[in-house]
Design a protein around this ligand. Structure first.
Ligand SMILES: [Zn+2]
Length: 336
């Protein structure tokens, strides 16, 4: 039997993470049609590589297969959230240190492979766009979204527009140094906020607590401690685990208080893997905001993200559809 092709327009929204990449196929309204998940670091499972060309080849194959699987011969446009320092206008991944990428012409290279326009932005900015469009920030024009996962970063939306800044570094709060901290950070400095307010940071604080002889159930584990272990211990009433989330949350809260006074968001949305710790992390953040900004009516609410790992996809596809419509509009304007 002959395959029935769809005649509608399909779009791709994808979130490239340090470990996994999630690819979503969407219709023109931004409604999801299908999804695939691939490992970011290994284009060949037997050979770990972060070589961008090999990864982009693999990505293009998966996108083609995903579209075909749902009856689409081609796609209209694709949006990608890329970690690290991204030049949106030039379509370049300037520095994604987790993957060892530097100055990768991602949009141009992927566009050539897909035969469709490709738009990119920093992953946390697109996550922010997703939560603002269809998640915990729906209806808010001014919001801050932070992701606490392998690292810590913020996306800032003001009057409905994402802030990028003069060096495209707006929101890099994870690399603000904190007095009294001295652990090495991925960025090469020591004592960055990210060295405690992140999954590896929480795990490291727990390991140090065990090594220093503190009485905690985490000492009974016979393998490296993870942030999830700390959450489970906290949930079971372990005071040392609770102190770790409290310390990380309070330190994060101090930075967010300064950010809140600078940009005056309606809401601060907390996403990323560590946000699964819920109020163990969020309540200390709220307490610290209240300590720094005693006027309740001046304070943003602090809430968990709603879309979880879908926020990046939703933001990426909305970004792509918006840019695609804008460029088509310009073409029409020029030809008429
Ligand atoms: Zn750093």
């Amino acid at each position: 039997m002959e395959k029935a092709w769809r005649t509608g327009t399909a779009f791709i929204g994808a979130d490239i993470g340090g470990t996994n990449t999630v690819i979503g196929l969407f219709d023109e309204q931004g409604s999801p049609i299908g999804e695939r998940r691939i490992a970011t670091m290994r284009s060949d499972p037997r050979r770990p590589t972060s070589e961008p060309a090999a990864f982009m080849d693999r990505l293009a194959l998966e996108i083609g297969a995903l579209a075909l699987e749902h009856g689409y011969r081609d796609i209209a446009a694709a949006g990608f959230g890329v970690p690290g320092w991204v030049d949106t206008a030039a379509g370049m991944a300037l520095d994604a240190s987790n993957m060892g990428w530097r100055n990768v012409r991602f949009a141009e290279e992927m566009s050539r492979r897909l035969g469709a326009p490709v738009y990119i932005d920093n992953d946390v900015r697109l996550y922010t766009l997703g939560e603002a469009a269809a998640g915990a920030g729906a209806g808010c024009a001014n919001l801050v979204c932070i992701t606490v996962g392998t690292g810590l970063s913020a996306g800032i939306m003001m009057d409905g527009a994402l802030l990028r800044g003069s060096r495209l570094l707006a929101g890099e709060i994870g690399h603000d140094r904190v007095d009294g901290l001295d652990s090495p950070c991925n960025c090469g400095k020591r004592g960055c906020l990210e060295t405690i307010a992140s999954a590896p940071g929480i795990a490291r604080l727990a390991t140090e607590a065990v090594q220093s002889g503190k009485r905690t159930s985490l000492a009974d584990l016979d393998r490296p401690i993870t942030a999830l272990d700390v959450y489970l211990a906290c949930d079971a009433g372990d005071a040392v685990a609770a102190d770790i989330f409290s310390f990380a949350g309070r330190t994060l809260g101090r930075k967010l208080a300064a950010l809140a006074l600078a940009v005056d968001p309606q809401v601060i949305i907390v996403g990323g893997g560590v946000a699964a710790a819920g109020d163990y992390l969020l309540q200390p953040v709220r307490d610290e905001l209240a300590a720094h900004i005693p006027e309740a009516e001046w304070r943003p609410s602090v809430v968990p993200g709603k879309l979880q790992d879908k926020a990046g996809l939703v933001g990426a596809v909305r970004f792509a559809i918006g840019k695609w419509r804008q460029e088509r509009g310009n073409e029409h304007a020029q030809s008429s």
